[in-house]
Design a protein around this ligand. Structure first.
Ligand code: THU
Length: 130
């Protein structure tokens, strides 16, 4: 699957976002090492703190379906500026995805491309627990 296919899958997933409070719809498409694509969208709640971001929906869906290792994630929002994963998502992506490739895009074009380690340069992970 090409990068643009992955971005297309994230755009499709974004259409299923439930974001009546912020109006900010996000879609994500995560590629597992075996090639399976698992998508996610943000799901808000009237009790705002219960909201779940698109990226974590994708990661948790993938894990619950038996995927354990990942290669790339595409994240799509309707914004001119790049929309990187939030801090909580960076932490969860690092835990399960390691140094993933992160492709950012809006509805028309790619807006950025990063390694996860660029976005989270000094991660807290199991190495600190030793
Ligand atoms: N959001 C995501 O889905 N992913 C991010 O990484 C940033 C924020 C969602 C959460 C909330 O529903 C809306 O965007 C506004 O913060």
């Amino acid at each position: 699957m090409s990068d643009s296919d992955l971005v297309r899958a994230a755009r499709q997933a974004r259409r299923r976002a439930h974001a009546p409070f912020s109006g900010f719809k996000v879609g994500a498409a995560l590629e597992a090492t075996g090639g399976t694509i698992v998508t996610g969208c943000n799901i808000e709640n009237v009790s705002y703190g219960l909201t779940m971001c698109a990226e974590r929906v994708a990661v948790f869906k993938a894990l619950s379906e038996g995927h354990r290792r990942f290669r790339r994630i595409a994240v799509v929002a309707d914004a001119a500026a790049p929309t990187p994963p939030c801090g909580a998502c960076l932490q969860v992506l690092w835990e399960f995805g390691g140094d993933l490739e992160v492709i950012l895009a809006n509805l028309r074009r790619e807006t950025g491309r990063h390694r996860l380690s660029e976005l989270l340069p000094l991660p807290f992970d199991r190495r600190q627990l030793k």
